[in-house]
Design a protein around this ligand. Structure first.
Ligand SMILES: NC(=O)c1ccc[n+]([C@@H]2O[C@H](COP(=O)([O-])OP(=O)(O)OC[C@H]3O[C@@H](n4cnc5c(N)ncnc54)[C@H](OP(=O)(O)O)[C@@H]3O)[C@@H](O)[C@H]2O)c1
Length: 326
């Protein structure tokens, strides 16, 4: 099969190799998927760049993808052959991800993809959509809440705005950094946007919430924005964070303790089976009802994997970058 892999970490153009590898087989409990689209996420790029140890001497990158099941291993219902699926954790604690014509992985990691959702869209679900959905659903959900989505034009942020809206938030505010990103966040359903580079975010949030602050912040960069929390979160509110631009975070103890705020950390790769099942059920319903917008910033052929990684880490894209493997 055609695949992209790396045998050492470093800059995308230096370490990513394209070539032929043996097509894998579905082991017991696994399915073999012919991948049609491979989603590229910041986490895949950080792994390739060396932020964590390699899972094996040779790694095929990318956790997200979508395609069709072509074979099943022992113990898996043969009726699944031919099923359209989207993939999660393709390359997480496993060597071989979705940047290849085929991937073999545990059957539960290939989830039925509704007919009305394209393969490219399916390749955005494992990390961006599920992260956004978990951030909205965790700790009691958002019904009646005022929610601030930091980085509302990001791959995760764009879905978070939509899920907050669809799952009952009363008000959705997003931070952005340009007029184009503002338009993108508003089109996803945000009631208001705040340009965090040119505006006083705390003052604008207080104004937009009648001086109360928001019930929930969904935070993309906790290190950068931790100082804002006590000034934008309602008494006893919550910050759900899924990202940080720096390894260490500084929090003002006294402002935080006075606000009574909680901070919830999570990583989508390590969702419990129960949390994942809850999110998958809600996602499946919304997908089948055609209620979601998917922001695909670019689709590139598999051979342009290095360019895709550069785009994802370049900070200029609005939405997902997806490799197509027709
Ligand atoms: N915990 C998890 O499971 C999980 C899952 C998915 C992603 N992540 C992490 O979350 C981050 C975002 O992922 P993504 O795929 O959504 O990336 P993305 O598409 O690049 O989006 C990031 C967004 O955040 C904005 N942003 C950056 N710094 C900001 C700040 N200080 N305040 C407000 N907005 C800011 C960016 O816009 P501007 O630069 O224009 O401001 C951009 O719109 C990455 O670090 C990723 O590794 C974690």
């Amino acid at each position: 099969m055609q695949a992209i892999w790396y045998e050492r970490t470093g800059p995308a153009r230096e370490v990513l190799i394209q070539g032929e590898l043996p097509t894998p087989e579905a082991a017991p409990g696994e399915v073999l998927v012919r991948v049609h689209a491979s989603g590229v996420n910041p986490s895949d790029c950080k792994s390739r760049g060396g932020s964590r140890p390699m899972a094996a001497p040779r790694v095929i990158p990318h956790s997200d993808g979508a395609g069709v099941i072509t074979a099943v291993g022992a113990g898996v219902d043969a009726a699944r052959v031919g099923e359209r699926v989207w993939i999660w954790n393709g390359q997480w604690k496993r060597p071989f991800g979705t940047a290849a014509e085929y991937v073999a992985l545990p059957a539960a990691q290939a989830v039925p993809l509704p007919e009305n959702v394209s393969f490219a869209e399916g390749a955005c679900l494992g990390i961006p959509a599920l992260t956004a959905l978990r951030a909205v659903m965790v700790d009691g959900g958002v019904i009646g809440q005022s929610v601030l989505v930091a980085g509302g034009a990001g791959a995760v942020g764009h879905y978070a705005i939509q899920f907050a809206r669809l799952l009952g938030a009363r008000q959705v505010i997003a931070t952005v950094s340009s007029p184009a990103k503002a338009a993108h966040a508003l089109a996803a359903g945000a009631d208001a946007v705040v340009d965090y580079r040119s505006q006083d975010v705390a003052a604008r949030v207080q104004e937009l919430t009648g001086g109360c602050g928001v019930d929930r912040v969904i935070e993309v960069d906790l290190a950068a924005n931790a100082g804002l929390l006590p000034r934008i979160i309602k008494q006893d509110g919550i910050c759900v964070t899924y990202g940080s631009g720096a390894a260490d975070i500084t929090l003002g103890f006294f402002p935080m303790i006075l606000s009574g705020a909680a901070i919830r950390f999570f990583i989508v790769y390590e969702l419990s089976a129960e949390a994942r099942a809850e999110c998958e059920a809600v996602l499946d319903k919304l997908l089948r009802e055609g209620r979601l917008q998917h922001a695909i910033a670019a689709t590139l052929p598999l051979a342009e994997c290095a360019a895709a990684h550069e785009r994802v880490m370049g900070g200029q894209t609005m939405g997902n970058v997806v490799l197509t493997i027709p």
